[in-house]
Design a protein around this ligand. Sequence first.
Ligand SMILES: Nc1ncnc2c1ncn2[C@@H]1O[C@H](COP(=O)(O)OP(=O)(O)OP(=O)(O)O)[C@@H](O)[C@H]1O
Ligand SMILES: [Mg+2]
Length: 314
Amino acid sequence: MMHEKVGLEEVFDRRLDFPDMDARKRFLRLVGVDDAKSRLTKLLGILVNPAGPKQWAEKHHKGAVTLLDYVERRPPLVVLAGDVGTGKTELAETVGDAVARQEDISVTLYPLSLSSRGSGKVGEMTKLLSAAFDEVIRAGEKLKRPNNAKASGGLILLVDEADAITQSRENTQMHHEDRAGVNAFIRGVDQIAQKRLPVAIILCTNRLSAIDPAVRRRAADVFEFNRPNDAQREVVLSSPLTEAGFSAADIHRVVAMTGPQKGREYGFTFSDLTQRLLPTLVLDAYPTKPITVARTLELLTTISPTPPFRDGGI
Ligand SMILES: Nc1ncnc2c1ncn2[C@@H]1O[C@H](COP(=O)(O)OP(=O)(O)OP(=O)(O)O)[C@@H](O)[C@H]1O
Ligand SMILES: [Mg+2]
C-alpha cells in the first residue's frame, strides 16, 4: 500500500555507535588507503563538527570568514568507488570511529538496509530513501547546536552498493521509479546541506560512471580504490604467514604468485587474500596437519582471483 509507513527496522541495518574498539581495529588493519583514511576522516570531521574549522581558523587564520564559509558549505556527500574487495565497505563502516576520536564527539552510523531494497515494487525505493533521509534529518536536527557550535554528536548515512539507487537518470532504459529514487536521494542530500546538519553521507559503488551526474556533482570528494600492489599484498600476508612459519623468501613467493601473471593481467584483491586464500590454507591443513609452504604453492595454482569489475563508460 502506498501510504503504509516504513518502519525504521526496515530502513536501516543495525546502527553503530562510535568510538568503538572493534571498528578501530578494522580501520587500522586496512592497508594502502592511508590517504583516503586521513582525507575522509577530516572531511567527515568537518561535516559532523562544523565548530572544528572555526577553532582552527581562530588559531591560524583569524578572521578568515570567506574561507570558512566555503568550507562550511561543502556538500555533505562523499563517494567511495572502485574494484571489488578493495576496502570500500570496510572503510565506510569504520571511519566513524576515527572521526569520533579526532573530533572528540560521538558518531552514529546509519547503514541503509540492503535487504529491503530489492523488492522492486513500484515506489518502494523512493519510499525507503525518503524514510531514511527523514530519520537522519530528524536525528541530525536534535544534535545540531545554534550558531555552528560544536554539535552534540554526528551521523553518517551509509548507502552501500549504491549503483541501483543513483544510476544515471540519463539512462533511457531506466524505469520511471528509479528516476524517482535518484530524485529522492538528491533532495535528501540538499536538505542536509541546506540545514547544515552534523550529517555526512557515504556512497559506495563499483561503477563510478553509472552514478548520476547530479549526484556526482554533489560529492565533496571521490575516493578511488584499487587492487593491492606487491608491497600491499606483502603487508597483508606477512604477519599471518610468518605466524604459520613462512620465511621472508617464502612470503615473497606467495606475494609474487598472487600478483598479475602471464595470461592474467590482474592479481588477487584484498578480500581474495583475507577471505579466501588465508582461510583456505587453514581449512586445508585443519584439523590434523600444519600449513606448509609446498602445499600453499600447490593450492595457489588452483585459486583464481576475482575478475575485476569492469567499469564501462567514462
Ligand atoms: N585495503 C585493505 N586492506 C586490508 N584488507 C582489506 C582491504 N580491503 C579489503 N580488505 C579485506 O577484504 C574484505 C572485504 O572488503 P570490503 O567489503 O571493504 O570490499 P569492498 O571494496 O566493499 O568490495 P565490494 O565492491 O565487492 O563491495 C575486508 O573485510 C578485509 O578483510
Ligand atoms: Mg562493499
